[in-house]
Design a binder for this molecule. Sequence first.
Ligand code: 5AD
Ligand code: SF4
Length: 469
Amino acid sequence: MNLPSLQEARKRSKEKTEVVYLNQTEEKIVDYKKYFLRTYGCQMNVHDSEQIKFILESLGYMETEKLEDADIVVLNTCAIRENAHDKVFGYLGRCKHLKESKKDLIVCLGGCMAQEEVVVNEIRNKYPYVDIVFGTHNIHELGSLIKNTLHKQDIEVYSIEGKVYENILYKRDSNITAWVNIMYGCDKFCTYCIVPYTRGKQRSRRSKEIINEVKSLVNKGYSEVTLLGQNVNAYGKDLEEELSFAGLLEEVAKTGIKRIRFVTSHPWDFTDDMIDIIAKYDNIMPYIHLPLQSGSSRILKLMGRRYTKEEYLKLFDKMKVTIPNVAISTDIIVGFPGETDKDFQDTLDVVNYCKYDNAYTFIFSPRIGTPAAKMEDNTSLKVKEERLAKLNELVNKYSLEHNKELLNKEVLVLIEGISAKDSTKLYGYTDTMKLVNVEGSKDLIGKIVKVLITDAKSFSLDGKVIQNK
Ligand code: 5AD
Ligand code: SF4
């Protein structure tokens, strides 16, 4: 048993990150058994789940969408806000019921929540029927943890700075778009954020490994890659003689992959070089997710974000001027400890200036172990909810406006599949990451097609295919 420790997870040494080349060969151990996998949180978790799926399927499990049919349940969790926790504990309750009638059911909890001491203590004390707890640093061990489970709880979580693993095998969800990790962890320690504790120190992958992965995806026929990291703009800063993010983007662009995206950006690490490279290559999509968090310089300082409102706006303007047709989205937290009406008004002012294409908005959620959780917070939940509602109204207005600008225009859409809401329609995304639903034959899936936009809503567009590229 190895338990998590936030104290340990906080540490950052100067030592070079170890690169470990995995030799993942899982032998088949079950027949006709099913797994149920639930993924919470960010794209990083979605991609980790592709690794989990590979392991489970190599062991012989088949996926089921029904919890009741499962022989093994894996919850890949998120720790970013309290409501993510609540959902997982709700699911664990359902697993308990199921286990009463299905004694051999294996219940596994992985991901960011598993890296938190409070969560693991609760699991140990109140959830004895959870068989395996694994963290973000040892997903590759899941196969052996399952093999060793004799229905006594096994907790293996490492609060280490972390290594870089290469040769990870995935069962990718799509054969059109793919996630590619370029770095792991984060050293920014924004005062509200649990990620540097749950994901470890910033570790960049060697550019050679990343380029090889992208090239092999191109060879397999993938059209789009999304480069993933908690702070992609800091890519390479932890490596000697390596490329910066601008250099990496350029190398990825040269592989000839049709579309390149990247998340998430931190304004502090965003350089002019990066903006220039995005503008220079047609296959780097003109879409940037640029978290603001707050429009008040005073709150930004308390958040440890390292930029002021003015610096953010300067960067924003530079992007708009340099990258033709760029779309910019953001993340905003309301109700950070000490946020006044005036601070909130600053946030609204920035939103009114930037007119974001899209914004993800949250009420501050105190995370145990982070500095902001200890800050004095006198604002009532009611006021915070009112601020959130007001902010959402504004961001939705701008999303709709941006979508309406596309009415009767022709856009290029990469068709990704059949719409989940309407099986007679296909869906895809524009270069600026707008969701478009179209009518058309399944042969279009995987193609970039020219679409005439016929209707615009707040969160999606409807269109007609006018030409296959
Ligand atoms: N409370 C609320 N929102 C948070 N985020 C991160 N930590 C917290 C927190 N403690 C938001 C930030 C980040 C996004 C992924 O989640 O806006 O950019
Ligand atoms: Fe969290 Fe800040 Fe790192 Fe983003 S940059 S993951 S908000 S600590």
